[in-house]
Every structure is written in structure tokens, then in C-alpha cells.
Design a protein around this ligand. Structure first.
Ligand code: DGY
Length: 325
């Protein structure tokens, strides 16, 4: 019997490729860049399985091109790049990679939080420029963390991990979520509050919601005006949760103290003016970029795809209803 044909839309860590190659004919995008939509459509034709990335838009056109595909494994926990309802309508299972990047992403949120409030990037630039005149009592004064209030928007896996890591800083923790989070409440005496209350009382607001129609532009002009003028915004979730142009306006107007972003509304492009602001720290969507997380994502995505190719339910299936159709 011939091996199933699998297409991988960009090179991922070898552990995932090895798992796939043991059981499948694997073809990998040879370029170190995302495929264009046209290239994606051409390459998915005749495949049994597709392993894709968050940079691939997997829509009805792709499903049309990939007639007969038995499963789509996303190499990411976020899956806003895939039209899952359309896949479900067509009986195509889809999976993601939860769990393996929780701590790495929460750690990055902390790295960004400290970088922006203690002005690490700005200070580093001055040191490298050779312009530091020596110690000064008014230089690079930033925000305090110990004892401050941390607001977690979206208390799922990553939001919870971010919150728990605040323990050493004796912070007051607020969270907003549709569901009560007993871990945060029991371990940190965190308080579940509505979104506006969180904005009004937090010194640091860290975003951990998935991108959905309800969360697109959750942060815009109104949200920034509600935040404290001394507060910082941290985003490691998805760029479009923040209206980036309105964030630039808010930062320029001093409506909030600063922002640290790992994700952008129209990656890889950033809103006009963002990179020129000193009170901003910007990283290139690397919150999950640790050896164990990226390896774990590769292993999980491959394991999910192999299960789907055998007609079994993937461990991280996003639309298990396809098996009941
Ligand atoms: C994810 O898995 O959704 C992350 O954004 C990848 O870094």
C-alpha cells in the first residue's frame, strides 16, 4: 500500500518531520518564507494531509483544492487562520497544539512586561550609542511591578500561567473571562471582574484571548481611555485583538504609559508610527520560540496529523463533531 501524501507548508523542527516521514511521503515548502495563497492552492492538491502554520489562510478555496484531504494539523495553538466551521461542514478534521507553549508564552509576556516598564530596550540603545553620560537620578524611571495590579484578559491556559508567575511579585491579580478561574482565585486570591473594571484598575494589562469576532479590536480608543495613564499593555495573543492605529494614537497622546507587543494586526507589517515610539517594545511573534515549545508543537502537530490520516480522532481535534457525521 502506498504511503499517504503529506504537505508541510514550511520547515518545522525535525522531530515532527521524522514522525511524519516514518509513515508518509512528505513534501515540505522548500522556501524559508510563507507560501503565497496561490502556491498553497497548488501544493495541497492530491494530498491526504496538510500540516500548516498560522501564516497560512486555510479557507474554502484551500478545501476545494485539497479534495479528499483527511486532516489539517495547525502548527499553533491559535487557529484563527483556519475556517474551522467550513472544514466541519466538509467533514475535514482540524487540530491545533495546545499546552506545549503555555509556559513559553507566559514567560514572554513577563519578559515584555519588564522590558517595557523598566525601559530595557530604550536603555540598551543609549548604551550602544556611546551617549550615556553616566549615572543620573532622573534617568529611565519606569513603573514598579512588586505590589502592582496585574489585569489578565482571558484566563485560559496561558492567562492562568501568566497570572501564577506573578506570585513572586506579590501583585493583586484581576482577570476578565466568561468562565470563573478557580486556580487563579485559590492560589492568588485573584478577582474576576468585568472588562471595564479591569482596565480601570490595572497597572499592567496582559492580553490572552483568542482571536474571534467578539475579540477583534477589543482594545481600541475606548479601552485605552479607560486604562490608567500609568498603565502598560502587553499582547502575546493575536494582533487584531488590538486596534493598532488607535494604540499608536493613545501612546502618542500619553493615554497609557507604554505597550509591549509580540503580535501585530497585519503581520509582518506594523501600524504607521508604532516603531518610532520609545515607550513601545516590539518582538517578532516569538512568544513560543523556545527549543522545547517549538519541538513540542512539531511533535504534537505531526501526531495529530498521523491520527487523522488513520481515520482516528486526533488528540487535539478542534471539530470532533466531524466523526459523528
Ligand atoms: C500559537 O501557537 O498560536 C502561537 O502564536 C505561535 O507562536
Amino acid at each position: 500500500m502506498s504511503k499517504p501524501s503529506v504537505y508541510v507548508t514550511r520547515l518545522i523542527p525535525q522531530v515532527g518531520i521524522d514522525l511524519l516521514q516514518a509513515e508518509c511521503q512528505v513534501e515540505i515548502n522548500p522556501h524559508d518564507r510563507p507560501l503565497t495563497h496561490q502556491e498553497l492552492l497548488e501544493n495541497v492538491q492530491g494530498r491526504d494531509g496538510i500540516l500548516c502554520l498560522l501564516t497560512d489562510k486555510i479557507d474554502a478555496e484551500v478545501f476545494d483544492a485539497a479534495q479528499g484531504v483527511k486532516g489539517i494539523a495547525n502548527y499553533a495553538v491559535g487557529y484563527d487562520n483556519i475556517d474551522v466551521p467550513e472544514a466541519t461542514k466538509r467533514g475535514i478534521p482540524v487540530s491545533n497544539t495546545p499546552g506545549v507553549l503555555t509556559d513559553a508564552t507566559a514567560e514572554m509576556a513577563w519578559a515584555l512586561l519588564f522590558a517595557v516598564c523598566r525601559r530595557v530596550v530604550e536603555s540598551d540603545a543609549v548604551m550602544r550609542s556611546g551617549q550615556w553620560p553616566g549615572w543620573g537620578p532622573l534617568q529611565f524611571i519606569g513603573g514598579d511591578v512588586t505590589g502592582a495590579t496585574l489585569g489578565i484578559v482571558g484566563a485560559g491556559r496561558i492567562g492562568t500561567a501568566m497570572g501564577l508567575k506573578s506570585k513572586g511579585f506579590q501583585m493583586k491579580v484581576l482577570y476578565s473571562d466568561a468562565i470563573r478561574n478557580e486556580v487563579l482565585e485559590q492560589q492568588l486570591q485573584a478577582e474576576k471582574v468585568d472588562f471595564d473594571t479591569l482596565l480601570e484598575h490595572s497597572d499592567y494589562v496582559s492580553i490572552h484571548v483568542p482571536l474571534m469576532p467578539e475579540t477583534r479590536h477589543l482594545f481600541g480608543k475606548n479601552a485605552f481611555q479607560r486604562m490608567k495613564k500609568t498603565a502598560y499593555l502587553i499582547n502575546t495573543s493575536r494582533g487584531p485583538v488590538v486596534n493598532e492605529a488607535e494604540l499608536v494614537d493613545a501612546l502618542q497622546a500619553g493615554e497609557i504609559a507604554g505597550a509591549a507587543l509580540d503580535v501585530y494586526e497585519k503581520e509582518p507589517v506594523m501600524a504607521e508610527g508604532l516603531k518610532d515610539l520609545k515607550n513601545v517594545v516590539i518582538t517578532p511573534h516569538t512568544a513560543s520560540a523556545t527549543i522545547s515549545s517549538r519541538g513540542g508543537m512539531a511533535r504534537l502537530a505531526a501526531t495529530n496529523l498521523l491520527a487523522m490520516l488513520k481515520g482516528a480522532k486526533a488528540p487535539n481535534c478542534l471539530n470532533p463533531e466531524v466523526y459523528k457525521q
